[in-house]
Design a protein around this ligand. Structure first.
Ligand code: SF4
Length: 55
């Protein structure tokens, strides 16, 4: 499932932003979830959004 509302408001994308990607973010929950995207089970480790914070 995807949390389309949060994806839109946080400008999520399935590709990295430079050297910033979900796998390096403190909010990421391996393998495919994120603490700030409730119910979303398809977050890519190679994704990115504006809530990125270095792990
Ligand atoms: Fe979640 Fe955004 Fe961090 Fe990715 S970059 S893990 S979607 S907060």
């Amino acid at each position: 499932a995807k949390n389309d509302g949060m994806r839109s408001s946080m400008k999520y994308k399935d590709s990295p932003e430079g050297d910033k990607e979900c796998s390096g973010c403190v909010q990421f929950v391996a393998p495919n979830a994120c603490k700030v995207f409730p119910g979303d089970t398809e977050i890519s480790p190679k994704g990115y959004c504006v809530a990125w914070v270095k792990k």
